[in-house]
Design a protein around this ligand. Structure first.
Ligand code: ARG
Length: 242
């Protein structure tokens, strides 16, 4: 049997890896004690830690380094608004789904008359976060697209505002957060082929007791709809304009 839970409990803390550029899932904001990582995923991480009887430590990494971070044991779990998919499941194990918000495109309000769906992006410059399912969806799903892969969503937003790219696909809750804090931006629904938007927690392969413990917490969270009713609203209070 694996001893992943025993190891965490012996350490007294669990390390959650995340890419804090994805409000309301995870983002950096100034709190009483300086800049800190907040987010609904952090609240979920705290709940998993609490049920294990340990403390939560949050480690910020680039989104495309998170799964390697699990394999090299830099982090014990990844909660990053991440979707399970067959390619990722080859290298890590996923929990049950804890949330799903859909897929949207963020565009400049000034382009709203020209861009109604991802078909209108054919031949245009589109930005996507490196390593995400959206990056692959744009690459495979939009004809003659000029795809700009950028590591951080905040930099993508700047590229969009300055007109370097015409659109960014992202999870709907995140698109809403950015649009509501940036008056010049607008969101449009974007059904792309092969897109699941269910979010799952990732674990190193073989950390089965830990994954089972997290699933137990997620069952409880889902039953009480805590992610939507408690975790997202708690996080939303800390989102600031940028
Ligand atoms: N849901 C997408 C994926 O799994 C994007 C997640 C990006 N997350 C982040 N924290 N920046 O690929």
């Amino acid at each position: 049997a694996d001893n992943s839970v025993a190891q965490i409990q012996k350490k007294g803390y669990i390390v959650m890896g995340t890419s804090p550029d994805y409000p309301p899932y995870e983002f950096i904001s100034k709190g009483k004690n300086g800049s800190q990582i907040y987010g609904a995923d952090v609240e979920l991480g705290k709940e998993i830690a609490k049920d294990l009887g340990v403390k939560l430590k949050v480690k910020a990494m680039g989104f495309d380094s998170l799964l390697v971070g699990l394999q090299t044991k830099k982090v014990d779990m990844v909660i990053a608004g991440m979707n399970e998919n067959p390619q990722r499941a080859k290298s890590v194990d996923f929990s049950k789904s804890y949330y799903s918000s859909g897929l949207s495109l963020v565009i400049n309000s000034g382009d709203a008359k020209k861009i109604h769906s991802y078909h209108d992006l054919e031949g245009k410059s589109v930005g996507a976060q490196i390593g995400t399912v959206q990056y692959d969806a744009v690459k495979k799903g939009i004809k003659n697209v000029k795809l700009k892969g950028i590591e951080n969503i905040n930099d993508l937003i700047l590229a969009l505002k300055s007109g370097k790219i015409a659109a960014i696909p992202m999870d709907t809750a995140v698109a809403q957060a950015y649009a509501s804090h940036n008056p010049g931006l607008k969101i449009i629904g974007a059904k792309m082929p092969n897109q699941s938007s269910a979010n799952n927690v990732a674990f190193a392969k073989g950390a089965t007791s830990l994954k089972n413990a997290a699933n137990h917490t997620i069952d409880k969270v889902n039953k009480q709809n805590l992610y939507v009713k408690k975790f997202v609203p708690t996080a939303a209070k800390y989102i600031t304009d940028n």
